[in-house]
Design a protein around this ligand. Sequence first.
Ligand code: SF4
Length: 608
Amino acid sequence: MGLTRQVLSVGQLTLLIKDLLWKEPVLRDLAVRGELSNFRHHTSGHLYFTLKDENSSLRGVMFRSHAMSLTFRPHDGLKVIATGHIGVYERDGSYQLYVRSLEPDGLGALYLALEQLKQRLEKEGLFDPSRKRRLPLLPRRVGVVTSLRGAAVRDIITVARRRLPNVSLVMADAIVQGADAPASIAQGLQLLAGVAGVDVIIVGRGGGSVEELWAFNDELVLRAVASCPVPVVAAVGHETDFTLVDLVADVRAATPSAAAEIAVPDRAVLERTIKQAASRMGLALVRRTQLARALWRRAVLSPALSRPHDRVHQHRQRLDELVRRLGLSAVRRVEQARARSRPAAFVARASREGGMREEPGDRPCRAVDPDLVSAYLLPGSPLARKFPRFEHRPQQVHMLQVVAETFNDGRVALVEAGTGTGKSLAYLLPAVCWAVANDAPVVLSTHTINLQEQLVEKDIPLLRHGLELPFRVAVLKGRGNYLCLHKWAELRRAGPMLLDEEEARWQARIVAWLAVSDTGDKAELNLPPRGEELWSLVDSDSDYCRGTDCLYRETCYVQTARRAAAQAHLVVVNHALLISDAVAGNLVLPAYRHLVLDEAHHLEDVAT
Ligand code: SF4
């Protein structure tokens, strides 16, 4: 008789297996170690994943009710220990692990959660140094959020009263450990932030285990600190303890006592600071008075007040000048009419009048050969070879020859050159050649300081490069462009008090600038908006200048610039300085025989 085999449906077999598995006590409550893969967080809140090791894999599911208690975010690749039971998923006829709890393997779940919270808040910018606020120098009231039964509060009170006996402390009693602590601390912060006069809050507690300090890692506390409207000092545990509140607070103190030292100023130090400030204010007042006196002296000594007749004489002189210019103008009109009949737009006029001083002794001059000088402007010349894009311009050569002949003859030439003539080179070349041949200066005057700088920084270096003729150049500006070392020393001696922020920054920039400047010329400084006003505190001016009595005479920037001008072949000035020097009796410019006025048509405006 053969055995009759029981035939089961798939469903019956699956139920049988499910029943057998359930009866096995080991499978009803077990912990499995493995690595998460295929992790899915379903919109329903359930978690689905596979646990695997080198040899096997096991499907797992964690339902929403359990998943809600997770303190970290599971992800693929994370090694975990899953606790639960083995059951059968009837639809697929597969067994899987139904997980009740999940914790990271190795690193504790608590620390992983902490690390993840830290990263999240960091991304939000809660630890950003730019969020940190400065603590008030003298708070009206100091708030303290801590347990009134702990040691920390006693330390804070003792230190605060020792530093400032009448300091006003406002306490908020808080639970500082355990499950209720985060809400209690956050509430304390909120309460004190609303108390009138509280300008800073200390939040913290004394030392304890990591678990006891854990409330200060809680997101609720961290967000309460971050949103607190007054600055917060964190003081949790000892020096070596670290919690996230240390990162969010405006200042971290190593201990509660240290927090009191940071938040409450020391009365003795305050008194000392006030005394020093008073004495510096006194010195600053002296400095301001000295400067005001100097300004007053300048006003009193100004020609308009001290020598009113000078004004009359100046106007008389001006009248003579206008008469002279009228004559020149007539000559120019004739020459212009003549020039219109010639192809080149240049006019040369022979005359020996006005504007130039003879050298002492009026020694004879060595002439320069106009053809030789103009050869520099011919294609293939040494100068042309230096510049690959050199362009031969007949009008430029013509102008150069006119200027060279004028230098030789000691005459006056009026030259009108159109745009693109290259007039700078046309007068610079003969000027340099004549000055070097005679070892005597030629003065070049431009309309503005900008043009003056363009000549010195661009045109003359190009010429020097191509000419291979050693010559010396000096730039001279009005003395107000140079820093007066004597004024500067007085300003520094008066001390830094009463300076506003901009003035203090400006002084710091001048200190740095003077360390590298050879000229003391304000053009090297990018003056701030109030620059001109501040510059008047240190500019050189003739009323204030101590002249030969000045301690700084040898290094004085004005004197240095004038000494350089006395030795130069080319002295580059602007019309304003030229005119003012002429009016003052030629005290600044060295004796010169030839003068080139670039953009001479502006001279009249400058003179008037
Ligand atoms: S010589 Fe005159 S300008 Fe020069 S540093 Fe002295 S006081 Fe100032």
